[in-house]
Design a protein around this ligand. Structure first.
Ligand code: FAD
Length: 465
């Protein structure tokens, strides 16, 4: 079997039966990835400190109406707002699929304050993550309002590498500490990527990135060009169409027959990509059409960003490839002492982070072993060359489209001796993804996979008897 990470089962190793070794581990971030990493590390007997620069757990799911001083999110001096959620956001995955494997995301219908919809709003996800943190005692491991500002290697006397972590409290106090291992869980939806548009320097309109979009009201009666076609672009274009004069969606990946006015809307059009912008306020698309616009809204994704990490060039971000990383987690020469949780995208993040975390925790305790550094390096090289041969740009290194993520998840599960992905989860993800594409307006409220929901709930009785 092959996957975006190269041949999968070839390197699986049998579990080792040594007594477990406990390590002192720093986890950076208390979003979904950091919470589940802390839980798995704790379960495996490690001592864990979770650093969180915010004042509560949940990461991305902590909605704030606040936006940044630079609407494009590019000014390095701006005060960064972490979350990119907009007010109307509902999940784009059904809750059965989205939840952690052993802590299902089930609806709390008995509690009238909870959102029991199958694709709930963002505050329901935050409640779920808080419940998770409480249930597994993770919250007490978190140092809130404490930002990691530096992580670097130190040589210790026995020549065994350790990590120095410098963190800064909101009060300004800085502390330096030593850890055996670092697990980076800082999220990757806070540093905007924007589209390059010839002539944009002289174009007089306003530009904003979706990171700083919260509500449609500021776009009332405006002519808006929105760039992008991913889940948030689809949601935001519809949100804005409710108040804007016109919405023009420009997308690189658009079928020619889809270009033009959108069915069901009298003020929304689809276009190919923007070709150029001009001083007179006009924007020209690749099919030659021209629009006089007030705003360009970039729904063009995000960049990986690790401003605190100092590895002397061992790990770098090149065109949004974080590398070199073995299976998207470990730099071979620093494994298992430095790891990254949650880098893959176009995936179901929570269960994927859960499996990555189990793998990291079991490797640090030496319950299981990694291949040699040379073998891991070879595996990474093979993976990169597969991408190159397929013509896949570096920036898609961590993308796992379609059902590929399940090969990856199952490989991780096998490493850790866990069960592979549930059949219902794969089928439900597949059917929800198809409905999202074909019925973007209604997929959150109408579905035809009741049989899979029943199977999921039957499975969940293991955890909620
Ligand atoms: P985050 O949730 O971003 O958490 C990172 C944490 O690290 C934050 O709390 C941050 O404060 C902290 N941090 C960062 N730097 C530092 C530092 N230097 N020191 C200390 N702390 C630090 N996923 C789904 O499953 N379903 C969905 O429907 C869905 N919709 C989404 C919609 C949008 C608009 C976005 C942006 C994402 C969506 N996602 C969705 C993906 C979502 O990002 C993941 O579900 C998940 O929340 C990622 O968790 P994380 O822990 O990796 O990152």
């Amino acid at each position: 079997m092959t996957s975006p990470a190269g041949p999968l089962r070839a390197l699986s190793l049998p579990p080792r039966l040594n007594p477990l070794t406990s390590r002192h581990v720093a986890v950076i971030g208390s979003g979904a990835a950091g919470l589940v990493a802390a839980r798995e590390l704790g379960r495996e007997g490690h001592s864990v400190v979770v650093f969180e620069r915010g004042d509560q757990v949940g990461g991305t799911w902590v909605y704030t109406p606040k936006v940044e001083s630079d609407p494009l999110g590019l000014d390095p001096r701006r005060a960064v707002v972490h979350s990119s959620l907009y007010d109307s956001l509902r999940t784009n995955l059904p809750r059965e699929v989205m939840g952690f494997r052993d802590f299902p995301f089930v609806a709390r219908e008995e509690d009238k304050n909870r959102d029991s919809r199958r694709f709930p709003g963002h505050s329901e996800v935050l409640e779920y993550l808080k419940e998770f943190a409480k249930e597994f005692g993770v919250e007490k491991l978190v140092r809130f309002e404490t930002e990691v500002v530096y992580v670097g290697l130190v040589k210790s006397s026995d020549n065994f590498n350790k990590w120095k972590v410098r963190s800064k409290k909101r009060s300004g106090d800085e502390v330096g500490e030593i850890f055996d291992a670092i697990v980076v869980c800082n999220g990757h939806y806070s540093q905007p990527r924007i589209a390059q548009i010839p002539g944009i320097e002289t174009w007089p309109g306003k530009q904003i990135h979706s990171h700083n979009f919260r509500v449609p009201e500021p776009f009332r009666d405006q002519v808006v060009i929105l760039i992008g076609s991913a889940a948030s672009a689809v949601d935001i274009s519809r949100d804005i169409a409710g108040v804007a004069k016109q919405v023009h969606v420009a997308s690189r990946s658009i079928a020619i027959e889809a270009i033009g006015k959108q069915p069901g809307y009298d003020n929304m059009w689809l276009h190919p990509m923007i070709k150029s912008a001009h001083e007179d306020g006009s924007v020209v698309f690749h099919d030659g059409s021209v629009i006089m616009a007030d705003v360009i809204l970039h729904c063009t994704g995000y960049k990986y960003h690790f401003p605190f990490l100092e590895t002397d060039g061992t790990v770098s971000v090149d065109d949004n490839r974080v590398g070199p990383l073995y299976k998207h987690v470990f730099p071979p020469s620093l494994a298992p002492w430095l790891s990254f949780v949650g880098l893959p995208w176009k995936v179901i993040p929570f269960p994927l982070c859960e499996l990555q975390s189990k793998w990291i925790a079991s490797l640090l305790s030496e319950r299981i072993m990694l291949p040699s550094e040379e073998e891991m390096t070879e595996d990474v090289k093979m993976f990169y060359s597969t991408l190159e041969v397929a013509g896949t740009p570096k920036r898609y290194t961590h993308q796992m489209p379609g059902l590929r993520q399940f090969d990856y998840d199952d490989w991780l599960a096998i490493q850790c001796g866990c069960s592979v992905s549930e059949d219902w989860r794969i089928k439900m993800y597949d059917s929800a993804s198809k409905r999202k594409r074909t019925h973007p307006e209604t997929y959150r409220d109408q579905w035809d996979d009741e049989d899979l929901i029943l199977q999921a709930h039957h499975d969940f009785t293991k955890y909620f008897p």
